[in-house]
Design a binder for this molecule. Structure first.
Ligand SMILES: [Zn+2]
Length: 198
């Protein structure tokens, strides 16, 4: 039986690397896969999944209005799909998480979604909220806070090293804008020296 998997973590925990490894494992067994990433995140180029350790691959860039089940079924006319993998899954809408659940339940295609659990305010993203609610399997990819504890939160830092507590949920930036913390450091910190941003 296919399952809907949600692999979540804080920033910089290696989600894209884990996704690309899982994709490689499917392909090594001769199975075709379909990869999606958020169109909104074009740091590596639109429709590119790039891991911080250097590997990258092409993916379908999804927008909020796309029907992911429809796109996948259209592909099935010309190819078999052993697995659907989603990067930046926090940017999915509630409706799109439903579409992924349908692919699992009706088409029997496993779906592996990778994304952040919470934003820089500590609030869940829409995609993460419904993946946490509806996934069959939920797994945490571990990241480490500078204090040594497990990092579960993402802080957004401005140019002066101050932690931002308000603003738009989505503001794409690389390592220079975000830092992952354990919950204790996340709630107590208000300033980060730029050297400690990794
Ligand atoms: Zn900490």
């Amino acid at each position: 039986m296919a399952k809907l998997h949600f692999n979540y973590s804080a920033m910089n925990a290696g989600k894209s690397t884990a996704l690309l490894q899982a994709n490689h494992n499917y392909q090594e067994r001769g199975m075709e896969t379909l990869l999606f990433t958020a169109g909104i995140d074009d740091r590596a180029g639109k429709g590119v999944i790039k891991s911080r350790i250097g590997i990258e691959t092409q993916a379908v860039a999804f927008e909020k209005t796309d029907d992911l089940a429809e796109i996948t079924r259209a592909r099935l006319a010309n190819q078999s799909i052993g697995c659907v993998l989603i990067d930046e899954a926090q940017f999915l809408t509630r409706k799109q998480v439903r579409q992924l659940a349908e692919l699992v339940d009706r088409d029997n295609i496993p779906v592996l979604a990778y994304g952040l659990r919470t934003d820089f305010r500590g609030e869940t993203f829409e995609g993460s909220q419904y993946l946490l609610a509806w996934a069959d399997e939920i797994r945490e990819i571990k990241a480490i806070c500078s204090c040594g504890k497990k990092a579960t939160m993402n802080a957004r830092v401005n140019a002066n090293g101050e932690i931002e507590r308000d603003g738009e949920q989505i503001e794409i930036g690389g390592n220079e804008r975000y830092i992952s913390f354990c919950r204790k450091c996340f709630f107590s910190a208000d300033f980060i020296s730029t050297e400690s941003i990794i």
